[in-house]
Write a protein that binds this ligand. Sequence first.
Ligand SMILES: [Zn+2]
Length: 195
Amino acid sequence: MIPTVGRAVFLGRDGVLNRDHGYVSRPEDFEWLPGVMHALRALQRAGWGLVVVTNQGGIARGLYGPAEYANLTAWMHSELAQHGIALDEVYHCPHLTDAPLAAWRRHCDCRKPAPGLLRRAARDLSLDLASCVIVGAKPCDIQAGHAAGVAACVRITDPVDPAAIAAADPPADYTCASLAEAARWLLEHEQTRSA
Ligand SMILES: [Zn+2]
């Protein structure tokens, strides 16, 4: 069963919370996906911490700077707060091994599929990784979840097309079309397990 202490849902950002337009860096381009607020509130009420873990290669590519990213993240926090949702933290990786900008060029341990962001969150927030889950829209999210040893990995695809999930993709515990469905599965699963 999934214990209720020190647990969080790790959330990818693009394709999970907002429509993935590619390198979203401004509030005016940030389009919340349907049902996200309701799903986050339901998870929060059930005692799950909410932690966003996001690759931000756009910083390494010089498409936007750390200040612009920080501004968007602050805006995201305030939008969620208006809906009664408090993210525990948002972690990002600004690196790329072949970054055009030397300042961000490195072999880091935080760019997903590496589990560095999840491990950092576990240290900072006293999370038990084996009690956490990850919900992501990309194969690297599922790989990061496996590498960190979380309890379950949920993959969002839009639309859900089993054939579109290549056999080579890392296997997820559940695949669905939205965070709303992911949250429903997680909450049902949790009740089944603790019953
Ligand atoms: Zn990194």
